[in-house]
Design a protein around this ligand. Structure first.
Ligand code: TLP
Length: 346
């Protein structure tokens, strides 16, 4: 039985070209700045995103944490959506390690924050208040079902931030998915943000790693903060090599994942007892609702799992399926047949 693992695009395995690049990688001590493969990846990432410099980090979580530590000091505050990954799923790292306070505003179902809500959350200078330093956005938005933020929206938030002397950080774990879905150059999506983190290890299929990009000064300070959190790696070219292949070869194919997600969503929406809003499926994430009272999302997960289809409950009555490299069109049809069978047997 082939396992169709739709839990996340983080489960992607390195491609043969990545394994070859890992084997051949030229390496050195990256804490001395001497790993040519890491240097190449950081330069390539920065160029691709239209930023001055890049910094290779172990994970998206570390990338967001290092960015937050670089933008904010102890007692400072950042504004973030209540469904943001940084807020929900990063173990409170910025508070635990940086003494950074968060201020949540409501995420709209399309992943945006209302500009008026953001503006209302910005603190005035007052001895009682934490100081607002930063606004965090997420593109694509994971908990909003892979929703895409447009260049226009991102620019509007950045203009608001500039008016108030704030910085903007983009959790762009899947920003290449957003660029491919919108048919725009990724540079347009990050042009005005002060920092952006993107992941190599999700849809781009590298085994490990993310990159933070920003201006030289920011990245220089971020490098210090990466060291503080133990992220100074040595011969990291071994893993950066796969990241280079990810950037060179794996971006355009994300469109295939989006087509698979759409097909999956259409199929799921036709199964009695399951419900979803097709308009919300824009990239590789499908969030759907279990509308039947006959079983819980965890039970549905278990029944699908017994038949080789893995996905994740994400709270309430909802489950998430993510398409990625290694999931073929036929796999989607199998997954749909399994879901139909399980739901019909209730
Ligand atoms: N997301 C993972 C889980 O942590 C939920 C997933 O399976 O989707 N930003 C966003 C928007 C993310 O979705 C993730 C990972 C991260 C940051 C963190 O990246 P990693 O897992 O590399 O620390």
């Amino acid at each position: 039985m082939k396992i169709i693992d739709l839990r996340s695009d983080t489960v992607t395995l390195p491609t043969p070209a990545m394994r070859e690049a890992i084997y051949q990688a030229e390496v050195g001590d990256d804490v001395f700045g001497e790993d040519p493969t890491v240097n190449r990846l950081e330069e390539m990432a920065a160029r691709r995103l239209g930023k001055e410099a890049g910094l290779f980090v172990v994970s998206g979580t570390m990338g967001n944490l290092v960015a937050l530590l670089t933008h904010c000091g102890r007692g400072d505050e950042f504004i973030v959506g209540h469904l943001a990954h940084t807020f929900l799923y990063e173990a409170g790292g910025s508070a635990a390690l940086g003494g950074i306070h968060h201020r949540t505003v409501l995420n709209q179902p399309d992943g945006t924050l209302h500009l008026a809500d953001v503006e209302a959350a910005i603190r005035a200078e007052n001895v009682h208040f934490p100081r607002t330093r930063l606004i965090c956005l997420e593109n694509t938005h994971n908990r909003c079902g892979g929703a895409v933020l447009t260049p226009e929206y991102t620019k509007a938030v950045c203009q608001l931030a500039q008016r108030h002397g704030l910085a903007v950080h983009l959790d762009g774990a899947r920003v290449f998915d957003a660029a491919v879905a919108l048919g725009v150059d990724v540079k347009e999506l990050v042009e005005d943000v002060d920092s952006v983190m993107f992941c190599l290890s999700k849809g781009l299929s590298a085994p490990v790693g993310s990159v933070i990009c920003g201006d030289e000064e920011f990245i220089c300070e971020a490098r210090r903060n990466r060291k503080i959190v133990g992220g100074g790696m040595r011969q990291a070219g071994i893993i950066a090599a796969a990241g280079i292949v990810a950037l060179e070869q794996m971006v355009d194919r994300l469109a295939e994942d989006h087509a698979s997600a759409r097909r999956l969503a259409e199929g799921l929406s036709e199964i009695p007892g399951l419900a979803l809003n097709l308009d919300r499926v824009q990239t590789n994430i499908v969030i759907f609702e279990l509308a039947s009272e006959r079983l819980t999302p965890t039970e549905l997960q278990a029944r699908l799992g017994e038949k080789g289809v893995k996905l994740l409950p994400i709270g309430g009555h909802r489950l998430r399926a993510v398409t990625h490299y290694g999931i073929e069109a036929d796999d989607i049809e199998v997954a749909l047949a399994v879901a139909r069978e399980v739901m019909e047997q209730l």
